[in-house]
Design a protein around this ligand. Structure first.
Ligand SMILES: [Zn+2]
Length: 150
C-alpha cells in the first residue's frame, strides 16, 4: 500500500487544500500490507477487458468512420472491420477466424444501413442524450475500480 502520493483535493464543491502531487521519496510504502486480491494474470486480464470496452478517441479519429471501433459481430462478438469498396460504399464485415482457421461466416453489411439504423435509434433518445453531460475522462483503473470489476 502506498500512502501520501498526493495531498489536498480536486473536488469542485468541497473545500480542501490545493491539490498537490508529492514526490516519490516522501511516499509511505507498506509492503505486503494485505494479501493479494488478484494475481498478475488476473490484473492483465482486467486491464485488457477495460481497454477493450473503452471507446478509443485517438483510434476513432484516425479512422475515417464515425462508428470505428464501435461495431461488433452479432454472431461471434468480434470487432467488425471497415472495408471500402470500389463503388465508394463501405462494407462492415467480420474477419474473425477460430483456432482452426474457420471463418465466422458473418458476411457483413453495407455501412450505410448500420448508420441509418443507429441514427434512427438515436433519434428516439435524442432528448435524453442532449441532456447528458459529455465525459471524456481517462478510464478509471484505480485499485478500487479494479477490485469492483473483479
Ligand atoms: Zn463474427
Amino acid at each position: 500500500m502506498v500512502y501520501g502520493k498526493t495531498s489536498g483535493g480536486l473536488h469542485k464543491k468541497r473545500k480542501a487544500a490545493p491539490f498537490k502531487v508529492i514526490s516519490g521519496e516522501n511516499w509511505i510504502v507498506v509492503e505486503n500490507a494485505h494479501s493479494a486480491v488478484k494475481t498478475l494474470e488476473e490484473h492483465a486480464e482486467i486491464i485488457t477487458l477495460l481497454e477493450s470496452r473503452r471507446i478509443q478517441p485517438k483510434h476513432s479519429r484516425r479512422g475515417t468512420y464515425v462508428l470505428s471501433g464501435l461495431l461488433y459481430c452479432g454472431k461471434c462478438e468480434y470487432s467488425l472491420q471497415f472495408q471500402p469498396k470500389e463503388n465508394g460504399r463501405t462494407l462492415v464485415k467480420c474477419r474473425k477466424t477460430d483456432a482452426f482457421g474457420h471463418a465466422c461466416g458473418n458476411r457483413g453489411i453495407e455501412l450505410e444501413h448500420v448508420e441509418m439504423a443507429v441514427m434512427e435509434s438515436l433519434r428516439t433518445h435524442e432528448k435524453e442524450l442532449l441532456k447528458m453531460p459529455v465525459s471524456v475522462d481517462e478510464p478509471d483503473i484505480s485499485p478500487q475500480h479494479l477490485l469492483d470489476v473483479k
